[in-house]
Every structure is written in structure tokens, then in C-alpha cells.
Design a protein around this ligand. Sequence first.
Ligand code: AMP
Length: 303
Amino acid sequence: MDILVVGSVAFDSVETPFGKVEEALGGSATYFSTSASYFADVALVAVVGGDFPEKHVKFLRDKGVDLSGLKVVKEGKTFRWKGRYEYDLNQAHTLETQLNVFSEFKPVIPENQRDAEFLFLANIDPDIQHEVLEQARNPKFVACDTMNFWIGGKPEALKRVLKRVDLFVINEGEAREFSGEASLVRAAKKILDMGPKILIIKRGEYGSLMFNGSSVFSAPAYPLEEIFDPTGAGDSFAGGLMGYLASTGNVSDENIRRAIILGSVMASFNVESFSLDRLSALDFKDIKTRYSEFKRLTHFENM
Ligand code: AMP
């Protein structure tokens, strides 16, 4: 196993101007592991309720995800998230968050997974992220995601986690809210001061920006004609990025830039359908072809 992820496994009900789904498989850890599974071996730590169907467990298992850290609380209900997107698909509007079994969850990393070199703290309660950090033994590279729900709800717990991560990924709006700065450059400086060595600000259809204190890298998003559902784009991005880093074992600046493009590739596939429909049905050839298209998209000669 190369990557250990903790995060939500959920039922998502999502509405966009192009359609809607009720109680589809979702969750930050689900999108992340599906995306990362194309590159590396992933083990997932999370909790679901007795209402979580076997077909979803099978889906993740068929992707090769190690589920020995997935706890089932038979008498509890799975996490649920309800969201809506307007025509500006960059902005998710949360209508409802039901933590359910996550409100009491104390993660326990199986003994054989505590030495994972790559650790991803996907969007979930920062106290749960911290608990996982405490149990991990000397990971080589730790990355972390979050969202406004936790920035507003548990800012101090989040700051405690950030002191110990190498990479923090966050949405543009959330970076502004968290730092209290309108300028992304200033926001990045403030957030890097909280501890992470690298910060990636995700900007939806405008791509992403990476700051590491000495350089900035800008990656575009793939110009898609049709976007159905942006849910999980951030987690698919992180899955491609961490999956590639883990598969190469190389966390140099140059390799992180490649990994960011692979993250963008995976996010671009994910938004082409609702839930995990497109992301789960890829061929590695599709990934390589789109990576080359990204290269052409951003390449230009010296003047
Ligand atoms: P994103 O990649 O940012 O679009 O993440 C979308 C996923 O995050 C959805 O599948 C949701 O189930 C999940 N999610 C939404 N709110 C929360 C929350 N407060 N904590 C953990 N996961 C969440």
C-alpha cells in the first residue's frame, strides 16, 4: 500500500443546471481513492452506516482500494451531503450536511498501514485528521484538504493539523475566507505561515496555483465543452496528484508540477458525469492522452 487516506464516504444528493442525483455514492475519500487507484495502491480509513450498500463496498474493492480501515456502524447512518450548483459551477452551495456516523468516529489505522509513506487527510473533521496523523509513523509526505464547513466550524483544530502537513490544498474562496485576504498571493503567504510547505489553491475552471514560498506554478483546467457535475473535482485532483507522487516516490518541485497536471487531468474527467461514473471507467491510455493535451495547451516557445 502506497497511500493512506482518511476522509468522508458519503451519499451525495446534487443538483446542477444539467440534472440531479439523489443519494449517489460520494465523499472526499471515495473520489480521492478512485482517482489515486489508477496510479498507486490506496488504503482508506472511514466510517459508514448499516445503510451503506454492498455494491458500493464492491465498487471500491474492485478499484483495488484496501478497505480494512473502513468501519461499519450497523445501527448508524452514513454521512450525507446535499449540494447545489448554479451556472457558476465553481461554487458549491451546501444545502445540508448530516455527519451521522462521523460525529462519533474515532479512526483506527490498521497496524500494517501505519507506515504508509504518503498520507492524505481528505476533507473531514480536522480532529479526525489529527487523530490519523497521531497514529501514522513517520510519513514521507502528508497532504491535507478541507472546506468552509470546517474552516468556519473548527478553525483552531484545522490550524493544529496544518502545522504538520507538507501540502495543503484548498479552494480559492476558502483560501480567501481562511486568510481574510482578497489577494491570493497574500492569502498564500498567510496560509504558508501556518505551517504547510506547499499550498495549492484550486480555482475550478480557471485551474490551480501552487505556492511553495520560493516559486509559483500555474496550471490550467482542461477546457471542456460539457461539465455536468463538479462534485468531487477537488478530491479527484488530489487523487491524481498524490497517486502520481506515490507511484514515483519523488516529491521534488519538478515532479510536483507533473503531479499537479495529472491531478487536473483526473479532475477534468470527473466533472464530465455525475457521481463517479466517468472517473471510475477510465483507461490509463485516456489519462496519458489528456496529459499530452495539457502539455500542448500550455506550451509556448521563447520570443
Ligand atoms: P469536492 O472535491 O470539494 O467537490 O468534494 C465533494 C465531496 O465532499 C462530496 O462527495 C461530499 O460528500 C464531501 N463533503 C461535503 N461536505 C463535507 C464535509 N463537511 N466533510 C467531509 N466531506 C464533505
